[in-house]
Design a protein around this ligand. Structure first.
Ligand code: ZN
Length: 146
């Protein structure tokens, strides 16, 4: 499964502000990977995700070490109308895919996005397990044929 380059380029434009604003301290390669993963989603879902989710992406700093934490100034303006914040750890970019649970190349990212869209806060282990399945169900639906 491969993305077409135009779509990946469009996604890169949509999320560019995170890099130019300095919120994401990630390498070019990691940014490419992020955008490639997002580009697996249908356009309608990319629009929805961009509107509803604020991303905090931690990557690999220039010295080659992972960025373990970042102080991101979450200005009210940036979070306005967002439903959730999705944090991605640098590990996400180090996973070599496949195999992931769903076998989908974009799985680690879209699974977290699904949690953000569903806005669940588990109160116990049972609920957490259920919300994991629920997120995967949503991911499945996103990749179903129209
Ligand atoms: Zn999960």
């Amino acid at each position: 499964m491969m993305n077409d380059k135009d779509k990946v380029d469009r996604v890169k434009k949509i999320f560019e502000h995170y890099r130019t604003s300095g919120d994401w301290d990630i390498t070019e390669e990691e940014y490419d990977k992020f955008c490639d993963w997002v580009a697996y989603l249908k356009d309608e879902h990319i629009v929805e995700i961009n509107e509803e989710i604020y991303f905090v992406v931690l990557g690999t700093a220039e010295d080659g070490l992972p960025t373990f934490a970042n102080t991101v100034l979450l200005e009210t303006e940036k979070l306005k109308n967002k439903k959730a914040i999705v944090f991605l750890s640098p590990l996400v970019f180090r996973w070599d895919l496949p195999p992931m649970p769903s076998g989908h190349p974009a799985y680690p990212l879209v699974h977290e996005i699904a949690h953000g869209i569903l806005r669940r806060e588990p109160k116990n282990r049972e609920e957490r397990d259920f919300f994991e399945l629920e997120a995967d169900e949503l991911v499945k639906r996103w990749f179903e044929d129209p």
